[in-house]
Design a protein around this ligand. Sequence first.
Ligand SMILES: Nc1ncnc2c1ncn2[C@@H]1O[C@H](COP(=O)(O)OP(=O)(O)OP(=O)(O)O)[C@@H](O)[C@H]1O
Ligand SMILES: Nc1nc2c(ncn2[C@@H]2O[C@H](COP(=O)(O)O)[C@@H](O)[C@H]2O)c(=O)[nH]1
Length: 204
Amino acid sequence: MPPLPLVVCGPSGVGKGTIIELVMKAHASLFGFSVSHTTRQPRPGEEDGVHYHFRPLEEVQKAVDSGEFLEHANVHGNIYGTSKASVAKVTDSGRCCILDIDVQGARQVRAALGNDAVFVFVKPPSMEELEARLRGRGTETEEQVKKRLGNAAGEIAAVEETLNGSPLFDHVVVNTNLDAASKSVETIALGAARGEPAAIPVVA
Ligand SMILES: Nc1ncnc2c1ncn2[C@@H]1O[C@H](COP(=O)(O)OP(=O)(O)OP(=O)(O)O)[C@@H](O)[C@H]1O
Ligand SMILES: Nc1nc2c(ncn2[C@@H]2O[C@H](COP(=O)(O)O)[C@@H](O)[C@H]2O)c(=O)[nH]1
């Protein structure tokens, strides 16, 4: 069975990127990352074409209007989106495509792909810990931290959502301990790489 895309979702600072990096490092030949487009400015150390395609709003909007995107959303005040080409670049090479996207994007991908993708939500152990991680990362201004934390509760509530009678997320992983959470996501990701639709929820 061909690999199914894996959608990884969760509030800003919960550890999605860290977990994805660990899973991809452990299985470099099986997975590829969907490089999103964003209108936000690069952080120090972020590379265009690697972490994101950093583009001006007009360019992203034009591409969205031309139907080039699988999903897109305004997240914390910037536009982020997954181009169909970014996903195809990975899936055409026979690898499992990993998407790190927000809840709005996850809804759109679920609506487009149904059970032909696997959806995992990464939850923080508490709001206090989420705040500590986001602040500890030190990449956002105070205003941005507040905005991201303000959006977190609404995003976390999405773990209860259904779409067309089915749960929006197949799996919920609580990222308390990084090793344990990464192992749980790895198990889910290996199932997606084997082309297995979600069946048994894995909770860490
Ligand atoms: N289990 C954990 N315990 C403690 N710190 C963690 C844990 N998991 C991740 N972190 C740390 O939390 C911070 C945020 O992690 P990361 O950047 O991966 O979050 P993210 O969900 O990808 O955020 P964003 O959505 O903003 O990109 C990082 O400094 C990371 O090292
Ligand atoms: N809907 C989409 N959300 C995306 C995409 N790429 C990233 N994201 C989400 O944005 C926030 C913030 O990311 P950051 O890099 O600025 O910290 C985070 O929740 C990502 O998951 C995308 O293509 N579409």
